[in-house]
Design a binder for this molecule. Sequence first.
Ligand code: E4P
Length: 218
Amino acid sequence: MEFFLDTADVKLIKELNKTGLINGITTNPSLVAKSGKNFLEILKEITKIIKGPISAEVTALDTKGMIAEANKLKKISKNIVIKLPLTENGLKACKSLSKRKIKTNVTLCFSAAQALLAAKCGATYISPFVGRLDDIGENGMELIQQIKSVYSNYKNLNTKILVASVRNADHVIKSAIIGADVVTLPPDTLMELYNHPLTKKGLDAFLSDWKKTKQSIV
Ligand code: E4P
């Protein structure tokens, strides 16, 4: 399973890329607003750090406008993936871009029916938002399981499941059990994955015993 970072914070991307765990990046207009920086500049900087897929979201609502934005975003680097909203116009743009072999990430997916439409339009990635479904009392992970089952039934559907709106380690591990292709992680959630109270407790005990031996390795 691939790990993408869900952020537009270039400094953090640079730092967390050192973990060796990052396969790609997803951004969205809210994350860009939070960074306070110019979108195109951010993308240029990210492409210098990350060689894997970098999702850049269009903001037009009409298909023609989305395609015009996609054409501009694509020029930044060949690893830019065009992120499109799961609307009728977004899926028309998806169909047209996939015919041109331009990679797409269809975002704001909240149902298996929507995921099926995106796959039929040739989306490279579908982004179901698990955390936001949990927030309204639904079960985000159930949606991932449904999409996985639907896609597995048809060999000609090659869309990858990119689990988005991930909030915790449970989302990550359940995605891996289901066999989702990618999870996109907020930086804090990635860092949480390293932690377990028994790891900390065990290390403290080992180090305290080691001190008693008065040895050093180097
Ligand atoms: C996905 O690509 C989105 O950027 C993101 O995962 C949304 O997550 P949120 O619900 O935490 O805003």
